[in-house]
Design a protein around this ligand. Sequence first.
Ligand code: SF4
Length: 404
Amino acid sequence: MPVMIERRASRRIQVGSVPVGGGAPITVQSMTTTKTADVDGTLAQIYGLAAAGADIVRVTCNDVDAAKGLAEMVPRSPVPIVADIHFQYRLALAALEAGVHGLRLNPGNIRKEEHIKLVAREAKARGVPIRVGVNAGSLDKDLLAKHGSPTPEALVESALTEVRYLEEVDFTDIKISVKHSNVPMMVEAYRLLAEKVDYPLHLGVTEAGPPPAGLIKSVAGIATLLLEGIGDTIRFSLTADPVEEARAGRQLLEFLGLRERKGLDLIACPSCGRAEVDVIKVAQEAQAALEAENLPIQVAVMGCVVNGPGEAREADIGIAAGRGRGHLFIKGQVVRVVPEEEMVGALLEEARRLVEEGLEARLAAADRGAAEEAEKARLQLVEIRSDPNRAEARKARVEEVARG
Ligand code: SF4
């Protein structure tokens, strides 16, 4: 039985065709790095992000040419577009005119109440939601002075002040983020916020940096909250090709069981003294071959047939090495044994057939004798390698000595 995560109840908003909050699937966001005025370049990146798993893409709207670019881009985009606005509320109005599906306003740098309210009225007239995007690095100066530093409480206060302005003009199509680059601070800010409002929350660790540290920070913060049921949409802010952000976001949700698997999940044993092959090399080869096919299955690469098929019995399909042979298994059952050098090719072929023909058909087509051959190899390996400390022989000797 999969573990069910009880999600915090939140309101639902609609970002173009994509629902956010209110029990909707958690969505992945990313942001383009091109100049927005370069319509074709930005659209190409948006298509790449959508293919990698982004449900919503944010695009900066930092000048008039960018806003004009949005007008051309929005109707051609495969996913909803959110315009990112800093400092100039007029660019928010321009982005609305361009037809964007959402706005992100930074309360730290659009500070005048009347400007925020004007944007909210125009957004409401078009049914466009607004993300109140608080960021520790650009917190409102007065709040920074009041709290001394961008504490979780300061971030939440900033968000709630902006939300109040929006609610005062009857605007409630809101989602909120309170991002911090410090993971524990970020987690605490979202926990505090989640207790105070029922608007959907957009999770992220800001300025996480390049991978792998950026990935680790993002996963630490975002996964902690998601497992507590907090969060409706996520973004990994990596200093990397944004395709990596989208892919990582999507994978995180799949690994947490929060989105259906769309692509490959390759698991591999860490290898140990029992390994019969170079597991790292075989896993890399298998990953490259299988990723190209984008098959929605879990595949295991295990270093030995002694423990491999058993330990990876939950995987849809896998290979385990032993005595110069590759043992191909489906749901833990060995179905074929091939020469070691052919094991990645055989895995790829069997994975394709498994997706096409289904589990029962492939189990029924198992080679007779494969399971028996694997068992023989397993026993031989156990005999050769299982008792490096000669414990059984020592125990027998201890008994002999004890009994005189
Ligand atoms: S599957 Fe075999 S090689 Fe891999 S970690 Fe387990 S015992 Fe070691």
